[in-house]
Ligand binder design. Structure first.
Ligand code: PEP
Length: 257
């Protein structure tokens, strides 16, 4: 954890739940469960079709912010099926998850991710750039892939924008699999990410970027991965759909824990 920066927990609901009724009750229950916590930044990212309803529930919440799981970089036009930043901005969306491996698997490439990230920062919102290897090799070749994802994702981003950039290290093999790297592996990756950022920017600017871990985080492993992994928080998928588990993960990163 970096000094002076609050931990950040992001719940990525992915393509869940099945109905708006369940989505609104999930949002209400999370809101009640987290109460007035003010020492952790909490974000939930529902499917975009639920954003208006979830916004209506959270609009007076100082505790939970809204995010989306992807976005189109253009403001409007002939982009069938897409949703733009001004469209979600109306619902107080402040965070945009970009480059999730499930979107990269659908063909989203580094150039597109960079366009989206640039548009996100231009709109004054926070970009959560997801990076991660598909598998690890003993020779450490996967590290060059991680470096490429970071450098390509941040092309053209000036150092003054870095406080609006979050990097989520999500090894693809850990997402939804029940497997995680060790806390020490995550710590090493955190140092590696910081080194790349420090090579790209001055160190004091590079340190403004929050580094999250994501991949099979639950209430049992959260504390160990947070402390041992020295990360600034988590991007949580499946476990963010379970109110008590999500709350316990949030509690595990509180500075007063
Ligand atoms: C994710 O989708 O970003 C994620 C980390 O999923 P899970 O927590 O389910 O592994």
């Amino acid at each position: 954890m970096k000094k002076g920066i609050l931990p950040l927990i992001v719940g990525n609901w992915k393509m869940n739940p099945l109905s708006i009724t369940i989505a609104t009750s999930l949002a209400k229950n999370i809101k009640t469960a987290v109460g007035k916590i003010d020492d952790v930044d909490i974000v939930i990212a529902p499917p975009t079709v639920y954003i208006a309803s979830v916004h209506a529930i959270l609009k007076h919440s100082k505790t939970i912010a809204l995010g989306v799981q992807t976005i189109h970089h253009e403001k409007l036009g002939a982009f069938t099926g897409e949703i733009s930043i001004p469209m979600v901005h109306e619902f107080s969306v402040r965070y945009i998850i970009l480059g999730h491996s499930e979107r990269r698997a659908l063909g989203e490439d580094d150039v597109t991710i960079n366009e989206k990230l640039t548009a996100t920062l231009k709109a004054g919102m926070t970009a959560i750039l997801c990076i991660g290897e598909k598998k690890r090799d003993e020779g450490g070749l996967y590290l060059s892939g991680i470096e490429k994802q970071i450098r390509a994702g941040l092309v053209g981003v000036s150092r003054t924008k870095l406080s609006h950039v979050v990097i989520a290290y999500e090894p693809v093999w850990a997402i939804g699999s029940g497997m995680t790297p060790t806390a020490e592996d995550i710590h090493e990756m955190r140092l590696f990410i910081e080194k790349i950022l420090s090579d790209m920017y001055e160190r004091n600017y590079a340190q403004k970027v929050r580094v999250l871990y994501g991949g099979s985080v639950d209430e049992k492993n959260a504390r160990e991965l947070f402390v041992g992994g020295t990360v600034d928080g988590f991007l949580v998928g499946g476990a963010s759909l379970h109110v008590k588990t999500f709350r316990d993960i949030i509690m595990s990163v509180r500075p007063t824990h």
